[in-house]
Design a protein around this ligand. Structure first.
Ligand SMILES: [Fe+2]
Length: 281
């Protein structure tokens, strides 16, 4: 009898822990944003930009799976940091019927950089199947109407810093040859490229500096001390965070703000605030 009572008590405790973990995974962590602050050292950074900040948002996924209130609260938290430059590295939406008005209403609230507010596109920005170029073009127009500069294999000069926005790999719009050869190698540059696998492609030439990416969402769920089991990249090292690459390049992968499925465990959503630093190394 005592053994049976003990067994039922253990079973009850396990069920309680399971329910708690489930509640946390579905209801808490997907909306528990972490603001990550870190340096962004760049060679040949123009002196007026030393100490300025770049806010990096990625994978916001406006649509049926992500709460607008959560995104707008994230926008307000980032705006309160008064970033000099805001960059968004793709998957700004998850396509659904009636997306235009919805996306426009949310991105009207986007935090503005003092100097620039820039986005590049990701695979989800091209609709179902990721290949509908008309949807990508329409989204770019909506974002521009909200005051965001959308770079599609283009470069914007921000006070002497070259910011390159590369279009999406899976949408078959990644075309670095259109923009990288136009860069001035004597000046600092940052590239926005949604899919971190692009960092491994033999396309970068003498590009030095940072590639900012997203796409993985950090895997969304990760057992402690182990890599996430689900990652949409060829290079399985590319989970999240910083990676040193050949050619004096560095890659930073954001865990993203939103999600495609509202589940996160041990991979909190992220907005990143970089402090621009000059460096000789
Ligand atoms: Fe995404």
């Amino acid at each position: 009898m005592t053994t049976r009572r003990h067994f039922l008590r253990v079973l009850g405790a396990c069920a309680g822990v399971g329910a708690g973990v489930g509640f946390y995974t579905f209801e808490i962590e997907p909306g528990w944003l972490e603001i990550v602050r870190r340096p962004l050292p760049l060679r040949r950074l123009p002196p007026p930009l030393i100490g300025r900040t770049v806010a990096h948002l990625s994978d916001i996924h406006i649509g049926p799976m992500v709460s607008d209130d959560y995104v707008i609260d994230t926008f307000r938290r980032v705006a309160a940091l008064k970033p000099d430059i805001v960059v968004i590295t793709g998957d700004l939406m998850s396509w659904c019927q009636g997306w235009r008005d919805h996306v426009a209403a949310v991105y009207r609230e986007v935090p503005r950089g003092r100097l620039a507010t820039i986005a590049s596109l990701g695979n989800h920005d091209y609709g179902p199947g990721w290949r509908d170029h008309a949807i990508g073009d329409s989204l770019a127009a909506v974002l521009r109407s909200c005051g965001i500069t959308v770079l599609r294999n283009q470069m914007l000069d921000v006070e002497g810093l070259q910011i390159v926005g590369l279009d999406d790999l899976w949408a078959k719009r990644f075309n670095p040859g259109q923009v990288l050869p136009t860069l001035d190698p004597s000046r600092a540059a940052i590239a926005l490229s949604h899919n971190p696998d692009t960092a491994d492609l033999p396309v970068w030439g003498n590009f030095e500096g940072w590639i900012l990416a997203g796409h993985t969402h950090g895997g969304q769920c990760k057992p402690p001390f182990l890599p996430p089991p689900v990652l949409p990249v060829r290079n399985r090292r590319y989970t999240s965070g910083e990676f040193h690459l050949a050619g004096n390049r560095r890659l930073y992968i954001s865990r993203g703000v939103g999600h495609t499925v509202p589940v996160r465990f041990n991979v909190r959503p992220e907005a990143t605030l970089f402090d621009l630093q000059g460096t000789n190394g």
